[in-house]
Design a protein around this ligand. Structure first.
Ligand code: IMP
Length: 432
């Protein structure tokens, strides 16, 4: 049984921890989109690991980690991550496989990302400045350079020469020479070769051999290039379709979808966020939840749970169950709000609008629920949760239109509730 774990909000839902705790039930963990804009934080025995590109499955001995063709790979970021893992005593060895069809992020993509943001001025996206957008632009513009292109050929030389000259035209007074870029790419190619191959084929063989694959999304539904709050999105399909195109697997290879959602909501970068909280409550969520970007350190914007958005993510992705994370961050809050719809002028909207940016004077419609005083922090059993917390979860299930099969009550693997009778319990016969 192959399961996809993906973000049901604006990213940073805590997918890293969920993937990490599910991994012992799988032979392979595969990532299908995004790049090192992602930051997956995992705590094991009190030790913090932040992974950006390599799936967090790498922390588990014997698990193979796959980076699909839908991912954009910055070779320097990749090598750095491999070295950092080695310093922590984790050898990647031959457990890593990168698609030879994955596109590369080149050093000048980062520059172009920063420049594009500067040019947008007040309309900036608030990107992670990792060159993600420009790399995907080159891919779609059919001038991208893929992992398999990194061999000393005339075709690569021509491509690099053209790309560098296009870049020189964009960046004022720039006279970057293509030759050192070419030489560097060849060196990257040599170093990467041992880890590259045909991901689609390897995943197919794994399936034939009855091995289970855990498929990991980065970012979240609201940041999806097609289904998110465009243009304030990332440049890839974080939603379910990306899993097929980004790994070269058919839809029937996917047997379940676990959406990860925080018990409240955060967003990093610019763009619409109807339930955003300014002031004291926003600060409280940020500080208690340690809501600072894992990749960029930027403070995250914080707000109440938006059931309209999660319901939308459930529809687009066919989410079977939600992993509700950071419930403990709400401990001690007197009244908790859930957004169940929006008011646009005198209209009530309960479906996620296609254009949230021009929705005008949009105000969230809230339901107020009593909070709890007994802490949920570290709870490992549903019955241990205070009645108010159970009621809050029940209400989230109703308004989001999906059951909550897993609840995270702290950053450690062990601080987790897997609800018996849920599909998540079926997917995870082996517990940690
Ligand atoms: P980019 O992916 O760097 O182009 O950034 C586009 C938007 O996606 C910005 O608002 C980023 O803050 C956001 N973003 C990208 N990656 C992540 C992530 O892993 N978590 C949360 N937001 C992200």
């Amino acid at each position: 049984m192959n399961i996809v774990v993906l973000g049901a909000q604006f990213g940073d839902e805590g997918k890293g921890k969920i993937v990490d705790l599910m991994t012992p039930n799988f032979s392979l963990v595969a990532r299908y989109q995004g790049g090192h804009n992602a930051g997956h934080t995992v705590y094991v025995n009190g030790k913090k690991f932040v992974l950006h590109l390599i799936p967090s499955g790498i922390l588990h001995e014997g698990v193979k980690c796959v980076i699909g063709n839908g991912v954009v790979v910055d070779p320097q970021a990749l090598f750095k991550e491999i070295e950092e893992l080695a310093q922590l005593g984790i050898e990647v060895g031959d457990r890593l496989l990168i698609s030879d069809k994955a596109h590369l992020i080149l050093p000048y993509h980062r520059e172009l990302d920063v420049l594009s943001e500067a040019r947008r001025g007040e309309r900036k996206i608030g990107t992670t400045s990792r060159g993600i957008g420009p790399a995907y632009e080159d891919k779609i513009g059919r001038r991208g350079i893929r992992v398999c292109d990194l061999v000393d050929t005339q075709a690569l030389a021509d491509e690099v020469r053209e790309n560098v000259s296009a870049r020189n035209r964009i960046i004022k007074d720039s006279t970057l020479d293509w030759q050192p870029v070419y030489d560097q790419l060849l060196a990257f190619g040599v170093r990467m070769r041992r880890w590259t191959g045909d991901v689609s084929l390897v995943l197919d063989q794994a399936r034939q051999a009855g091995q289970r694959i855990l498929i990991e999304g980065a970012q979240g539904a609201m940041l999806d290039i097609d289904h998110g709050t465009y243009p304030y999105v990332t440049s890839s399909n974080a939603t379910i379709g990306g899993a097929c195109t980004g790994l070269g697997i058919p839809p029937k290879a996917i047997h379940g979808v676990l959406g990860v959602a925080k018990a409240y909501l955060t967003r990093v970068g610019e763009g619409p966020f109807p339930t955003e909280l300014d002031g004291e409550m926003g600060n409280r969520l940020r500080e208690t939840g340690m809501e600072y970007g894992a990749s960029t350190g930027r403070p995250r914007r914080c707000g109440w749970y938006d059931a309209v958005a999660v319901r939308y993510a459930v529809r687009v992705n066919g989410i079977d169950s939600i992993a509700l994370t950071k419930l403990d961050v709400l401990d001690g809050i007197e009244t908790i709000e859930i957004c169940t719809g929006y008011k646009i002028g005198d209209r009530t909207v309960t479906e996620f609008p296609s254009d949230l940016n021009t929705a005008g004077t949009l105000t969230p419609i809230y339901e107020s629920w009593p909070g709890w005083t007994t802490p949920t922090k570290g709870a490992r059993d549903y019955a241990q949760l205070p009645a108010e917390a159970q009621r809050y979860i029940r209400r989230l299930e109703e308004v989001s239109g999906v059951p909550v099969g897993l609840i995270s009550t702290g950053s450690d693997r062990l601080e987790t509730i897997i609800r018996s009778g849920s599909v998540v319990a079926d997917w995870l016969p082996r517990k940690n």
